[in-house]
Design a protein around this ligand. Structure first.
Ligand SMILES: O=P(O)(O)OC[C@H](O)CO
Length: 374
């Protein structure tokens, strides 16, 4: 897809599920024509029940509802719930279900998260339909309105009919999606934005976009990711930016996280980054699962953890915004989160105890092995 910038959008930053979940549910409840929902994670539970009820109610009133789930990420969705969706009139498809394929094919996952309504709005973020997003994990989303919504629809429509997706009823062809109601000329606001995607090592626009921003930023580069296991080139770029005087900060999980091994693997990079002048903040209130970046007036919010794994294997999609007012909101959000984080002190880190170092080595070695999988 061509990643063109569109002017005249409106972007609403929705920090935390208490803001983005009600907004998304209301948008689906008010849908008149179609709802396209694409998720990596969906597992049976309270939130999935709410999603299923809302989608089936929309379908019952004549709205076209298409749900595209990753075949691995949705393994926790019970058969009964899949049946409820199907019976309720929701067209359900899975990206790359597990089967007799090569390892490389299994590793390619649809990690994107988007909710598209009537061609009028696109909700994009790091969310999934699992109960952790109700109140345990810290997550954010952005609501896009305006011409950029067309590109979000294009992303969804392409994958819906991809040869990598299968219908819930295996022998059934994909439901033909209704004609788009998005309008590329529709002026909703004054903000520039583009839908940015990546398809692992096959198509790396999302990686290139971040690299360009890291290299070109003049003031700050603040990056939040739950899994900070970046490539060597990204680490080198971050260090280089810090050395030339850019305010480079990382916001990463503290003790609350869902994969402690990944945290140890990421901590093995702290020493070199701290030495280069990068500031590292470990979030304390809960597990921070959000993925967002700020560089001058540019920000990017979405599915991409900017780790080696995501960039090499997954389908990813982020909303990029180039707007000073929106950047100010993102900056204030970062600042609120830095205030509830512990900053890693370089001197204290240099004298951390050996069991910590041993874990960094162990999980770092495992991470290096995993990243060599092809
Ligand atoms: O892949 P993410 O970033 O959506 O996170 C998923 C969680 O790691 C599941 O444990």
């Amino acid at each position: 897809m061509r990643h063109g910038w569109h002017a005249h959008n409106r972007f609403t930053l929705l920090p935390e599920s208490k803001r983005f979940l009600p907004a998304m549910f209301t948008a689906i409840e008010q849908a008149q024509h179609y709802v396209f929902l694409e998720l990596y994670l969906m597992a049976s539970g309270t939130l999935a029940d709410r999603v299923i009820d809302t989608l089936t109610q929309a379908a019952q009133r004549g709205v076209h509802v298409a749900l595209l789930l990753d075949g691995y990420g949705a393994m926790g969705l019970a058969n009964a719930d899949r049946w409820r969706l199907h019976q309720g009139g929701v067209a359900l498809r899975f990206f790359n279900p597990l089967g007799f394929h090569s390892l490389a094919r299994h590793l390619s996952r649809d990690h994107r998260k988007m909710t598209l309504v009537d061609g009028q709005m696109a909700y994009v973020g790091g969310f999934g339909a699992v109960d952790a997003f109700l109140n345990a994990w810290y997550e954010i989303a952005v609501c896009a309105q305006g011409p950029v919504v067309t590109d979000w629809e294009t992303l969804f429509r392409h994958l819906w009919v991809s040869r990598m997706t299968r219908d819930y009823l295996i022998d059934k062809p994909a439901m033909t999606l209704p004609a788009s109601r998005a309008d590329t000329q529709y002026p909703m606001g004054k903000m520039r934005g583009r839908a940015m995607d990546g398809r692992g090592y096959r198509y790396q626009a999302i990686r290139r976009s971040l690299h360009q921003r890291v290299d070109g930023t003049a003031t700050r580069l603040w990056l939040c990711t739950p899994y900070f296991v970046p490539t060597f080139t990204l680490r080198r770029r971050l260090a280089r930016a810090a050395r030339r005087g850019v305010d480079v900060r990382l916001l990463v999980p503290g003790g609350e996280n869902d994969h402690p091994g990944v945290r140890y693997a990421s901590q093995r990079f702290y020493h070199a980054l701290l030495k280069a002048g990068v500031r590292i903040f470990e979030f304390q209130p809960s597990f921070i699962h959000a993925k967002f970046v700020l560089a001058d007036n540019w920000s990017s919010i979405g599915s991409c953890n900017f780790d080696h794994w995501n960039l090499h294997w997954n389908l990813e999609a982020n909303q990029e915004v180039d707007d000073p007012q929106f950047a100010k909101q993102v900056r204030e959000l970062f600042e609120r989160n830095f205030a509830t984080s512990d900053e890693v002190d370089a001197a204290a880190w240099a004298s951390r105890p050996w069991p910590q170092r041993a874990k960094e080595w162990l999980y770092g070695t495992l991470d290096s092995l995993v990243t060599r999988l092809k």
